[in-house]
Design a protein around this ligand. Sequence first.
Ligand code: ATP
Length: 365
Amino acid sequence: MSDRGAETMVEAVGLTRHFKAKKPSLFARAPLVRAVENVSFKVRRGETFAIVGESGCGKSTLSRLLLRLIEPTAGTIRFEDRDITALPAEEMRRLRRRMQMIFQDPYASLNPRMSVGELIGEPLSVHGIANGKEKAARVAELLAKVGLLPDHANRYPHEFSGGQRQRIGIARALACGPSLLIGDEPVSALDVSIRAQVINLLEDLKAEFGLTIILVAHDLAVIRHTSDRVAVMYLGEIVELADAATLFSRPLHPYTRMLMAAIPVPDPRARSAEPITEGDLPSPTDPPPGCLFHPRCPHARERCRQEHPSLRDSASGHAVACHFAEEIAAGQSAGLALPPESQNRRRRIALFAAAQAAGGAAPSQ
Ligand SMILES: Nc1ncnc2c1ncn2[C@@H]1O[C@H](COP(=O)(O)OP(=O)(O)OP(=O)(O)O)[C@@H](O)[C@H]1O
């Protein structure tokens, strides 16, 4: 699909990762888990690119592949115009200064025996960026950037709330001056009332440091108000990719419409008419033939049971992997209206923040 000439920060081409699942019995062959299957996309410099889908669809595996925290079974990864798929470990280690991850559970990802100052300062020493007084000053500066105080450096992770711990994780990720941040469900373990604060912080840091952000989430409400483009994953594959405004106002894939139908909205008239389909995600060790979504799709026909749909351009910048997407979408009501991108993303995030603080759903406008 076209990327309108924007500069590409990350590119995945045919990215695939299979795992061996547990053997069902001693003499049986271990079944293969198709965690990520032939995934291709580009992330533009400076954008927030969201990857969404149900638990188990391969989001975390994909984000780890992009950083080469795990190795692909097939496919290539380019970062800032460089093929990093086969980059030697030492070069990859140096490159990781520029590509950092924020994890879902900040407590599990922070060593409880290290002080906050040591945690944030560690990457500075490891990469030989700063030591001694210079490192201490840089840690204090990073703490301030994420809304914490200089003397928090002497405390330990258990002394902080979940939201504060995530801020510490963000400061650590920022320490080496990355150009890419990948947030793997960075707010889903947090209290609903503070999710928006952390999302707002990421937005501010993105603007200040010119970051590119890849946001992995299962929650469309978070994605809707914060991302520029969205890739929807199902059973290891991308089934729809579009600008956030387009995706939310005109979702094409029945699976995307199903995810949207599950978002709580204050005005039921704004809800997609797509019924929530029965059934769980099929096993990635035994995917169905044809379209992977057909066993759950209320619109499935014979062709869907036989022929696997590839991701194709439906309109400029809007790709979908469904044989009958346009026809199905035309017969259904519109998706969730989003103010156009030009209508200020800050306002959308502020609305999201207000709704989250009130413990309710994000408003549709
Ligand atoms: N190391 C592994 N060994 C075997 N299977 C794995 C491994 N890691 C992931 N998987 C399987 O790959 C599939 C995709 O997992 P992944 O964690 O990427 O999905 P996800 O969308 O991020 O889900 P969640 O939000 O629950 O983390 C799942 O079926 C998972 O069980």
